[in-house]
Design a binder for this molecule. Structure first.
Ligand code: HAM
Length: 415
């Protein structure tokens, strides 16, 4: 039997109803914060991702040559494509440009629960501003989204990649080795980071200092342990977040992020219930436009891992019932089948979601189908009622029935 490729999934109608419901929750949240939707191609020139995504993403890239010998890649994430689109067509727009996106990304990873080769991100970018308020706006929207979805248990960890980058530079790590070191530290692979750092010539004391920094976690008091621009901007940002009603923040100087383009504030939201793949959202401040032929434009953004967020909801027992049609029209005999078709068509024209038996079923079977597909009501069409211009409407949740004049049928569903 043919199956879908490893790490991909089919979404059957019940999955899709649920996914679309939650997608629209995220869409509403983005609109409420003043973001507008953007869509970019699913594949791009491979260089777009090679230039600054870092070694992690490179290993996982679905890269290929097309028939014209171009080097292309399926997008592993959407920040680089959005910034390319900004450089190409939005750079003259008033700033900040606030955009959101939803779509699939591809990473050649080892599939497991919550980790797929094709997965969906819902993300947002604020392009053209480097104020702490912009950083706060991105975090506030991410937290708002997680709350709006209904997640119960999650942690918001905020850090600043500049602090660790500075520490590495002070310890003598050259710029072209930083990504490699950060990759190990991001995964807390201290056994591998130690020899790597010593090989670069970093002293034992500095290695210990670097490890200690990545383990510095706490409340807002952690900000007093750092200095300079990072401390000032994080202080202003967390004050802005508190003003926006976002509480329970954790400051974690070990938030490093797997992608290489971040320059300042970085943050992650995790849901412990997911175990190993618990990161459901990640983002931060970055600069990419100068790599794609534009001027340097500071930006901040994030992406929610849509599949993981849904997995959390499932594990937390959230119920998302799939609604059926408002009206399922059932003819009681063949004599009124054409009348039933007319009625379903009139209901649809009037904006009511309606369906009709298409399989010549007897009434009892048709009623069963209506119940199993969650129809809200069944409209029973009989020859005697047709003569007097009425139908019987059965409410499927209460079982109560009422006779309604045909002319008033669509109006019954108006509210
Ligand atoms: P990221 O952390 O690489 O960041 O991905 C964002 C989210 O996508 C992760 O937190 C995770 O929930 C989800 N995710 C990543 N890989 C997989 C996978 N294989 N299967 C399922 N879910 C996955 C970015 O991609 C950045 N572009 C975010 C950003 C936007 N930064 C600034 N703006």
């Amino acid at each position: 039997m043919m199956k879908c490729p490893r790490g991909t999934r089919d979404f059957l109608p019940a999955d899709m109803e649920r996914r679309r419901t939650y997608e629209s929750v995220l869409r509403d949240a983005a609109h409420r914060f003043g973001f507008k939707e953007i869509q970019t191609p699913i594949f791009e020139d491979a260089d777009l991702f090679i230039l600054r995504s870092g070694p992690n993403i490179m290993k996982e890239l679905y890269a290929f040559k097309d028939k014209g010998d171009r080097d292309l890649a399926l997008r592993p994430e959407m920040t680089a494509p959005v910034i390319r689109a900004f450089v190409n067509g939005m750079s003259n727009e008033p700033r900040p440009v606030k955009v959101f996106y939803f779509g699939q990304c591809f990473r050649y990873e080892r599939p497991q629960s919550g980790r797929y080769r094709e997965f969906f991100q819902f993300g947002a970018e604020i392009i053209g501003s480097d104020t702490p308020e912009s950083d706060a706006e991105a975090v506030a929207l991410a937290v708002h989204m997680v709350k709006a979805l209904g997640l119960k248990d999650y942690r918001v960890r905020i850090g600043h990649i500049g602090v660790l980058r500075q520490k590495l530079a002070d310890a003598g790590v050259p710029g072209d080795r930083t990504a490699e070191v950060l990759q190990k530290l991001d995964k807390k692979l201290y056994d591998e980071a130690g020899p790597l750092l010593r090989g670069i010539g970093v002293s034992d004391e500095d290695v210990q200092g670097i490890f200690a920094l990545t383990e510095t976690v706490g409340g807002l008091d952690v900000l007093d342990k750092i200095s300079g621009e990072a401390r000032e901007s994080l202080k202003s940002m967390t004050n802005a977040l508190i003003a926006m009603g976002v509480k329970d923040l954790e400051v974690d100087l070990g938030v490093i992020r797997g992608l290489d383009y971040y320059t300042g504030m970085v943050f992650e939201i995790e849901a412990p219930i997911l175990g190993a793949e618990k990161q459901i959202c990640g983002g931060g401040a970055y600069s990419l436009s100068e790599l794609f032929g534009g001027e340097k434009v500071p930006s901040t953004g994030f992406a929610v891992g849509f599949d993981r967020a849904l997995l959390v909801l499932e594990k937390e027992g959230a119920i998302c019932s799939v609604p059926g049609v408002d009206a399922y029209v059932v003819p009681v005999s063949d004599a009124v089948r054409t009348d039933a078709l007319k009625i379903v068509s009139q209901l649809r024209m009037a904006g009511v979601s309606a369906d009709v038996d298409l399989m010549d079923r007897k009434m009892s079977k048709a009623m069963k189908y209506a119940a199993s597909s969650n129809a809200r009501t069944v409209v029973i069409v009989g020859p005697r009622e047709m003569k007097e211009g009425t139908v019987t409407v059965r409410d499927m949740s209460t079982g109560s029935q009422e006779k309604i004049p045909l002319l008033e049928l669509a109006g019954r569903y108006a509210d």
